[in-house]
Design a protein around this ligand. Structure first.
Ligand code: MLT
Length: 404
């Protein structure tokens, strides 16, 4: 008789955004006249920029002509895209990352879930609390997290690094020594940012204790302040301790197109084993590459036209972020984030729990957000709103919340 991977049975409940989706759909079915505004999942709403559409059309035409048709993409991605990334995201910022250290994929969610496969099950992970649930859940599926305590909502073999108002939502170095450290900045869900000096401390720490940092920089395009690093490779020594994950979802609106990449420097080694080689082996075995037309669309993100259009798109969402931030502050809420990230993190009012506030907002304002406790125990009593809605919906949602 076959057996299932019983690590899956340890997972409490369903994936956070699936749970929210089900709740909202049930509410909508019971209240068909309500006009629900969804500021829950960080999904973009603006159309793809014209430069990207143009690139997609032209790549589609190439695929319809025998002379320019392409089959399987190279395992690690097309050179044209990897070169554009290396030049624009790294060399232009003074980071020493070459095109052959970049692995193109169909998104940072998959990469952030899959990357743990190249590490031993004995490794101990450290995560921020609250945290993007994919990092923890995929380690649970692999069997690396120990036993779940439903009261405390924590796993016995995970090191939690609380990110609270006291530390400005930037974790302190952990007391216990981890092997794998997940960091995401600008942060999902709190919208906080880390300064270069603070990030340098993490890099120095990881090199000192022999840990690897998995650095999720999916939201770097939203950075507006000078001393905030866009990449961990802006820090000295990061090439020997850090993997970086990047996404096209938020900076270029590719949530429905799917494209991302992972950077693994050649110097990153466990003893004499190169993590770059392990990930290349995994990628080659389990993945056939992001579609050619999508990689051409990704290349257009780095064209002069594309860059200018995407700056405007990011500014559009950041105008929403500023509107939510100020509106809620004026209404007496405790708010943070929204300056270097498209997420606003607020404290639920009148001592409500995160889920109580979720229900309250859905029922009384028909506005959907994300309960902070869904991201970890330190998120309890907090709530996340995304700036990725349309401006009109954002304004209306804030007005409805203010009127409560
Ligand atoms: C979120 O809402 O946290 C993100 O959209 C999730 C994701 O990017 O996978």
């Amino acid at each position: 008789m076959y057996k299932v991977n019983d690590n899956y049975l340890k997972l409490p409940g369903s994936y956070l955004f699936s749970t929210i989706g089900k709740k909202v759909n049930a509410y909508a079915a019971a209240h068909p006249d309500s006009r629900i505004i969804r500021l829950g999942i960080g999904d973009v709403t603006q159309p793809l920029a014209p430069a990207i559409i143009k690139a997609l059309h032209s790549a589609v035409d190439e695929m319809g002509d025998a002379a320019t048709f392409r089959g399987y993409a190279p395992d690690l991605g097309y050179e044209f895209l990897r070169n554009a990334i290396a030049d624009n995201d790294y060399k232009a910022r003074g980071c020493e990352i070459s095109a052959d250290e970049i692995f193109i994929s169909d998104g940072a969610k998959c990469d952030s879930g899959n990357i743990q496969e190249i590490f031993s099950l004995d490794n101990r992970i450290a995560v921020c609390d609250p945290v993007y649930p994919v990092y923890v859940d995929t380690n649970v599926m692999a069997g690396r997290t120990g036993v779940y305590d439903p009261q405390k909502e924590i796993w016995s073999n995970v090191i939690y690094m609380p990110c609270t108002q006291e530390n400005d939502f930037v974790p302190c170095l952990p007391k216990e020594t981890p092997d794998i450290i997940y960091l995401c900045f600008p942060n999902n869900p709190t919208g906080s940012a880390i300064t270069k000096e603070q990030l340098q401390e993490w890099v120095d720490y990881a090199n000192r204790v022999g840990a690897v940092i998995i650095y999720d920089a999916a939201y770097e395009a939203y950075i507006s302040q000078e001393d905030i690093p866009h990449s961990i490779y802006e820090c000295q020594g990061a090439r020997t301790c850090a993997i970086e994950l990047r996404s096209f979802s938020k900076n270029a609106g590719f949530t429905g197109v799917r494209l991302g990449f992972t950077v693994i420097p050649k110097e990153l080694k466990a003893g004499d084993v190169s993590l770059h080689s392990l990930w290349a082996r995994r990628h080659g075995t389990k993945y056939n590459g992001a579609p050619y037309i999508v990689q051409r669309a990704g290349e257009a993100v780095y064209s002069e036209e594309g860059k200018a259009q995407l700056r405007e798109q990011v500014a559009y969402y950041m105008k929403n972020a500023a509107y939510i931030y100020q509106g809620l502050k004026d209404a007496g809420y405790t708010v943070s984030g929204g300056v270097n990230a498209p997420y606003i993190w607020l404290k639920a009012p009148r001592g409500m729990s995160s889920w109580e506030f979720f229900d309250y907002l859905l029922e009384n304002a028909n506005v959907v957000g994300t309960p902070g406790s869904g991201f970890g125990p330190s998120g309890e009593t907090y709530f996340r709103l995304t700036a990725f809605g349309s401006y009109e919906n954002t304004v209306e949602a804030v007005e409805r919340i203010k009127a409560l």
